[in-house]
Design a protein around this ligand. Structure first.
Ligand code: SF4
Length: 366
């Protein structure tokens, strides 16, 4: 058994979906997450067993609303999507072919996706095609993850694009930046998977555009609107993080030989390991909590609690933490601000700024 299997224990490796892979790009500096993902640990299960279930998960209402919107965009062979792409990309064509990859049966979806994309890339006859329900794959630290996008890969003139359909609203052409960022990270996973497939088939991966088409409902109505989103930055982070996971040996260095995240399940799969013991094991792997974790990682409530108990400046968000330049504890920041703590070597400037901020605050309050 290799070290990662020992870390996971006897549970089967937890497959990564696009959301989980996208979250790697949301917090690339976290060793705890990288190690749990590389080992295929079911983070949701671990968080529940620790008593810190993640707060996210869509309501049934939101899921139904999302499904209705997606069906609307895709109905009649993606007629509405074609209208949007005509406006957005200035498509010079009247008709677009439509292939429902799922029509061959779910067990053949992956190989059928591969064959269709291969044929389109090889023949490159300029025709335009939507591929609905494609099934991509991506290697994550030696395990194959299958990605079932609710998106359609679209190809015209030998260029492929990922279309991401989301049900959050565009109000006067603007959407919430965090939601757009999350959608961009998820779409980047699909771009990477499709580029990997293209390379596997011997085609130029750059034929998959880094501009993805984001489709959302506009102005509280169900009328779809589309925008191009450049995901180059997200792709670069994602590739770096996946490469880091394949070099996971370095993360394992220095950790105790007997460290494990094993839940010690009973014959029915119910975890029996004392939660305190499991929490102790997790704390031996450094985390890098940031408020963004609350929308991206199953471990967020556990890590937030840990950061709170430690008085960590991580709780304030990456921007402020970076501005605090290595001052990692709230008590330390307050001590420097109030002058009760002498700055260590190299902390003089941040101490001066903190004292200034403290003085301004006092003046504002008085
Ligand atoms: S929630 Fe915890 S494990 Fe997950 S990315 Fe954030 S710090 Fe890392």
């Amino acid at each position: 058994m290799n070290r990662l299997e020992e870390l996971r224990g006897p549970m089967p490796s937890h497959p990564h979906d696009a959301r989980a892979i996208a979250a790697l790009a949301a917090n690339p500096g976290c060793a705890r997450r990288a190690l749990m993902d590389a080992a295929g640990v079911d983070k949701d299960r671990v968080a529940r067993h620790l008593g810190f279930p993640a707060p996210f998960g869509q309501s049934q209402f939101a899921i139904t609303r999302g499904n209705v919107f997606e069906a609307l965009v895709k109905e009649n062979g993606c007629a509405e999507l074609l209208r949007l792409l005509r406006e957005l990309l200035g498509l010079p064509i009247a008709q677009v072919g439509y292939q429902d990859v799922e029509s061959v049966g779910s067990h053949l979806r992956h190989s059928h996706t591969r064959a269709l994309i291969d044929r389109a890339a090889r023949e490159d006859d300029g025709t335009a095609v939507f591929y609905d329900h494609p099934l991509f794959s991506l290697e994550i630290a030696g395990h194959t993850s299958y990605l079932e996008p609710d998106v359609v890969a679209f190809q015209i003139g030998g260029r492929f694009r990922i279309v991401e359909i989301k049900s959050f609203g565009l109000i006067d052409g603007q959407a919430e930046p965090e939601k757009v960022a999350a959608a961009a990270r998820q779409a980047a996973v699909y771009v990477l998977a499709l580029r990997t497939l293209m390379a596997d088939l011997g085609h130029d991966p750059e034929r998959v555009s880094h501009d993805v088409v984001l489709v959302c409902p506009e102005n509280f109505a169900n009328r779809p609107a589309a925008a191009l989103v450049d995901v180059r930055k997200q792709l670069a982070v994602l590739k770096r993080q996946l490469a880091r996971m394949t070099r996971v040996d370095r993360l394992l260095e220095g950790l105790p030989r007997d460290l494990t995240f094993d839940l010690v399940p009973d014959p029915d799969g119910v975890p029996t390991r004392p939660a305190d013991e499991l929490a102790g094991a997790l704390r031996q792997v450094p985390a890098r909590y940031a408020p963004d974790c609350l929308s991206t990682c199953d471990m967020c409530m556990f890590c937030r609690d840990e950061a709170r108990c430690d008085g960590s400046t991580d709780l304030l968000g990456r921007q402020i933490r970076d501005q605090l330049g290595g001052v990692s504890r709230m008590t330390e920041a307050l001590g420097l601000a109030e002058g009760t703590l002498e700055p260590a070597e190299g902390q003089e400037e941040i101490a001066r700024l903190l004292r200034l901020a403290d003085r301004l605050r006092e003046e504002a309050l008085n």
